[in-house]
Ligand binder design. Structure first.
Ligand SMILES: [Zn+2]
Ligand SMILES: [Zn+2]
Length: 341
């Protein structure tokens, strides 16, 4: 836990940068796994920051352990589809999202417990007719709960039904293959980043953007409930990340962790605040400025920091003014080419 001194909130002075209330240290860094030459020390430091600190993946792991150990239905019952266990999974997922997104929203927005400290965007949640019910928060809650949780649960129900019937490779227990059990968590994070990048680029194509992805992008300034506020078609595509477990041997904990990472991870990364401050201490890494830049500028940062796909394909925005200039030029060119067509 780091003590917070007043200067470290780094709220930008009026006129210094009118775009943001707060920016983290720039330029943004991506995970060093694919850097050449290989940087073993940087990789170890990144893994430590990911798995040995109060970080989002550790949060997802805690949620998945609690869900699996105390609430998960028995796989014996899952051989046949029934209301009993399917509603049970739906209930766990509803509870997880309501708990995390609900608490974060109440703390950061409804009660403004840390005011504007470490908040990226200067604006509050929007009241605008472009949103369902005319208000960003209600809109985001609606699409998360009415479309997000049921589609997320449906994918899980499909997986657990198929797994319970022995139709795909599974890991029986930690002791059965301890190395794979641990390494697979790291692979899941790479896969999630890889899958999200390509799905995301796909739905940025004109027709899909206008008819599907626009719903998520109505949120320029994001909050916890914006994370999985998506069109149902986007939900189906987004959660198809689970398909890796149909191919690679998985334990239920892997699958639950993966799906919580997709959902609770999105809640946290859209929090809109860099860190959570309680009693003047920064206790938890929260929002992702990397993804916040995507909501502001659209044509950048399609993936996540875990894999450098945006750098490889020229869409990385590292938060600096130079990168903003470059992305604006790119957006201008793409608008002009559309007009010419
Ligand atoms: Zn987003
Ligand atoms: Zn997008």
């Amino acid at each position: 836990m780091a003590d917070v001194d007043d200067n470290s909130f780094n709220s930008l002075k009026p006129g210094q940068n009118r775009q943001w209330n707060y920016q983290p240290q720039l330029p943004l860094k991506l995970a060093p796994f694919f850097d050449t030459p290989t940087k073993p020390k940087a990789i170890v430091a990144w893994l430590q920051n990911t798995w040995l600190r109060a970080s989002p993946p550790v949060n997802h792991l805690c949620f998945s352990l609690i869900a699996f150990l105390f609430f998960w239905p028995s796989s014996m019952n899952m051989k046949v589809v029934s209301w009993d266990w399917t509603l049970h999974i739906l209930g766990i997922n509803f509870a997880a999202i309501l708990l995390l997104a609900g608490l974060l929203h109440l703390y950061l927005y409804a009660y403004s417990k840390q005011d504007m400290r470490l908040k990226f965007d200067v604006k509050p949640m929007e009241i605008h007719k472009k949103f369902t019910f005319g208000y960003q928060t209600w809109d985001n809650i609606f699409w998360s709960l009415v479309s997000g949780v049921p589609i997320w649960s449906a994918w899980m129900i499909l997986y657990f039904y198929v797994a319970a019937n022995g139709w795909l490779p599974i890991v029986e227990s930690f002791s059965a293959s301890p190395i794979w059990f641990i390494v697979f968590f790291i692979i899941i994070r790479f896969w999630q980043s890889f899958h999200f990048y390509w799905i995301h680029r796909f739905i940025h194509h004109t027709w899909l953007f206008k008819n599907v992805h626009y719903l998520h992008h109505r949120n320029i300034n994001v909050g916890p409930w914006s994370g999985i506020s998506m069109h149902p078609v986007e939900h189906v595509l987004y959660y198809s990340s689970i398909l890796i477990h149909f191919v690679l041997p998985s334990h239920p904990i892997h699958v639950i962790f993966h799906m919580f990472a997709l959902n609770l991870g999105a809640v946290i990364s859209h929090a809109g605040f860099d860190k959570l401050i309680i009693n003047d201490k920064e206790i938890w890494k929260a929002g992702s400025f990397f993804h916040q830049l995507h909501h502001r500028f659209f044509q950048c940062n399609f993936g996540s920091e875990e894999m450098p796909l945006d750098r490889w394909f020229g869409s990385f925005h590292d938060g600096t003014d130079e990168a903003t200039q470059r992305i604006r030029e790119k957006m201008k060119k793409s608008r002009l080419s559309k007009v010419k067509k």
